[in-house]
Design a protein around this ligand. Structure first.
Ligand code: ADP
Ligand code: MG
Length: 322
């Protein structure tokens, strides 16, 4: 495969040029500067065809998602996006596929003012690995380990849509015509909550993005912070599309156990709730209070209309198992 022509034609000299990039694509490494008083925040995620996305996913959507999942990790730390590298393994040199893929990649990279500064191109089964780097003012990153007893638990946007979208494209469920493109787009074109993440720095005590599912991702906050939680399931923010498309039980199952929403879960001490409302309203992102952190380490109570539904994470199998 003509590796160099792929790099030159589709990935080099494209997109934004950031002032802090000293040397971009073309040498053995890229070189960037980092402003004083800032810390570097780094993340990597791989998407494998047939594992992380269905094989027939449009190239533009694969690229969008590959960038979005990485940017969502930056958002979950409260970081400002900076640079990204792309390691791509391609089964063949398909010009149209590459055209669409690079269009999707640079569309999102440009939107977040990220420069593509390097990568690797190899032949094999389709797989995309992106490394994204961002920055935060020293000591301000939003981590998983800061939640305390009494903090309120919030989630941005709506949860469960992407999981319903996946079952829809897999032909496992059918939904009313008018909700099809909304749910599919929530799966293929997630919107990382970058501004919300940045604005929550210094306000949220802990944060994480929803990639594996609300419960398993919340569990990471609980583990790392040494706390428990009580969730009010009737408060979960479900979209109209989800409510109108599936049963109440399925909607809860998607919202709790489905992944790929790329919303943010974060915890806020009572004393910071006011600042949180003010900060978030300036970003236009909604956040819903879904429960509260408790002192009982690693214990999760799921409440529905005031009654304890399930105790401990084993109870999720009830939702997950179907
Ligand atoms: P090396 O062999 O020194 O690792 P390569 O020949 O793999 O370098 O790549 C040449 C240049 O092109 C490097 O700057 C590399 O970062 C960049 N590059 C390679 N593949 C990609 C890609 N898919 N997207 C963006 N940049 C790439
Ligand atoms: Mg080299």
């Amino acid at each position: 495969m003509a590796e160099f022509s792929i790099i030159t034609n589709y990935f080099a000299n494209r997109g934004v040029n950031r002032k802090d990039v000293i040397l971009g694509i073309g040498d053995d490494c890229a070189i960037t500067t980092l402003a004083e008083q800032k810390e570097l925040v780094i993340t990597t995620d791989t998407l494998v065809a047939g594992v992380h996305f269905p094989k027939d996913t449009p190239a533009r959507a694969i690229a969008h998602k590959a960038v979005a999942v990485n940017v969502s990790d930056l958002a979950a730390m409260g970081a400002e996006p900076g640079w990204l590298s792309l390691a791509i393994t391609l089964p063949e040199q398909n010009e149209q596929w590459l055209e669409e893929f690079s269009a999707g990649l640079f569309e999102l990279a440009d939107y977040f003012n990220m420069q593509v500064i390097g990568g690797d191109t190899t032949q094999g089964p389709l797989s995309i690995t992106i490394t994204a780097q961002g920055m935060v003012p020293q000591g301000t990153a939003m981590r998983r380990d800061g939640a305390s007893n009494g903090d309120w638990i919030y989630v941005t946007g709506h949860v469960g849509d992407a999981a319903a979208g996946l079952e829809l494209v897999q032909g496992k469920i059918d939904v009313p015509e008018k909700y099809r493109s909304y749910l599919t787009n929530r799966l293929h074109y997630p919107s990382p909550r970058v501004l919300a993440g940045q604005t929550l720095r210094g306000i949220a005590s802990a944060g994480i993005d929803v990639s594996d599912g609300l419960l398993s991702d919340l569990k990471h906050i609980l583990n790392r912070s040494g706390v428990g939680a009580k969730l009010n399931l009737e408060s979960l923010p479900l979209s109209e599309a989800l409510i109108e498309s599936v049963s109440e039980e399925d909607a809860l199952r998607y919202a709790l156990c489905g992944g790929d929403d790329y919303e943010l879960i974060f915890t806020v001490p009572e004393a910071k709730k006011g600042s949180m409302d003010t900060a978030l309203s300036s970003t236009g992102v909604s956040a819903t209070c879904i429960g509260q952190i408790t002192a009982s380490e690693d214990k999760l109570d799921l409440m529905l209309n005031g009654e304890v539904l399930e105790d401990s994470f084993a109870g999720f199998e009830h939702f997950k198992g179907r």
